[in-house]
Design a protein around this ligand. Structure first.
Ligand code: XMP
Ligand code: MG
Length: 180
């Protein structure tokens, strides 16, 4: 059952999108992806930690042959004026000529993906698409557009279904939003 309020550390969250609504939408995305790729098995690359629950559900919603791999992004300060650099840990997969689908929990400003995408393109994939559980269109600052989006939401902090507040809340089956 959905909890009416959830308190994590100093913050209180209220229900936002139910597990039933999420599940129905993920099924739709799975069907759309299955239709688009047909007999060309895509390689899903899920970005840890936030996307692991969405990725697991989306992967099982695919009706076609597909593979999945996980990467963790580490950001460090570069020595140039471009500032922080993002590098992928665990991307041993051969991407050459593969149809890649990057799976994210949320696109907020778009900074993370705009920094990570060049690393994917460098490896010569046949195609690259983005699937994200959530987008916050009002927060977008970088030229990143998802091909498959679960929900467009307002620029508010959300929790649950893999998304966390200071590491907590990822195990909530429904999506919550900061109260007030
Ligand atoms: P950018 O700005 O790079 O941000 O697109 C993507 C990352 O920011 C985190 N993020 C959130 N995490 N609730 C969360 O739990 C939120 O509302 C939220 N907004 C952004 C998230 O880690 C995502 O990968
Ligand atoms: Mg995250």
């Amino acid at each position: 059952m959905t909890q009416l309020e959830v308190t994590v550390l100093d913050k209180t969250f209220v229900p936002f999108i139910s597990r039933e609504t999420i599940s129905a939408r993920v099924e739709e995305l799975g069907e759309a992806i299955s239709k688009d790729y047909g007999d060309e098995p895509p390689l899903m690359i899920a970005i840890l930690n936030g996307s692991f629950i969405f990725a697991a559900d989306l992967f099982r919603a695919l009706k076609i042959n597909a593979t999945i791999s996980f990467v963790k992004l580490a950001s460090y300060k570069g020595t140039t004026s471009t500032g922080s650099v993002i590098t992928a840990i665990g991307l041993e997969e051969q991407l050459k000529d593969r149809h890649v689908i990057i799976v994210e929990d949320i696109i907020d400003t778009g900074k993370t993906l705009s920094a990570f995408l060049p690393e994917i393109h460098q490896r010569g994939p046949a195609s690259v698409k983005i699937a994200t559980f959530l987008t916050k269109p009002d927060a977008l600052q970088y030229d990143v557009r998802a091909d498959y989006t679960g929900f467009e939401i307002a620029n508010r902090f959300v929790l649950g279904y893999g998304l966390d507040y200071d590491g907590f809340g990822r195990n909530l089956p429904d999506l919550y939003v900061l109260k007030g």
